[in-house]
Design a protein around this ligand. Structure first.
Ligand code: SF4
Ligand code: SF4
Length: 180
């Protein structure tokens, strides 16, 4: 059949040599490549026993912050939810009652605060939108889970430990963020 273009190239099929026919040489060449990789520096690590150092701008799991007296900073203003491009944040506001001043810093607080981690793209806009330094993205991974429901993080999952009750865990959760 006549070709429509001039790009046809005839294939030169040379008969195979004896070595090529028994494939042993090709197998040995493949094994050499495998063996070479035994002596190279391994790109993988034994997670979770070993962890990589994160970049200073890494954005991980969200933390709901407290002030130095251990009171919740969030005032349920909703700015983080409005700023969130993934609509991952929901909350319900409540009014602080008399005697609850040691729990909540502002007169209004988040009675319910949830983040859907399956929606979150870890952009950090919620952190930037917050006027109370009440939410930030830590340098911790969101752990893996088996069900979708487990990825809806409730307020109790997100709240930083109380600095007065557990200063060590508080400092660990705060990481290299400065107290404000
Ligand atoms: S990090 Fe971005 S996507 Fe995730 S909750 Fe905050 S604003 Fe929404
Ligand atoms: S985390 Fe900050 S922005 Fe979001 S509701 Fe609380 S105070 Fe407002």
């Amino acid at each position: 059949m006549q070709s429509l273009t001039n790009r046809v190239k005839p294939v030169d099929r040379k008969p195979m040599t004896f070595l090529e026919k028994i494939y042993l040489w090709e197998i040995a060449k493949g094994m050499m490549i495998t063996i070479k990789h035994f002596f190279r520096k391994k790109p993988t690590i034994k997670y979770p026993e070993q962890t990589r150092e994160f970049s200073s701008v890494f954005r991980g799991l969200h933390i709901l912050n407290r002030d130095e007296q251990g009171r919740e900073r969030c005032t349920a203003c909703g700015l983080c939810a409005v700023a969130c491009p993934a609509e991952a944040i929901t909350m319900e506001a409540a009014e602080r009652k008399k005697g609850e001043e040691h729990l909540y810093r502002e007169e209004k607080y988040a009675a319910r605060y949830e983040i859907n981690m399956l929606r979150c793209i870890f952009c950090g806009l919620c952190e930037e939108a917050c006027p109370k330094d009440a939410i930030y993205l830590s340098q911790t991974f969101t752990p893996s889970n088996l069900t979708r429901a487990q990825f809806i993080y409730k307020k109790d999952d997100l709240l930083i430990p109380d600095p007065n009750k557990d200063p060590e865990l508080y400092a660990k959760a705060l990481g290299d963020r400065k107290k404000s």
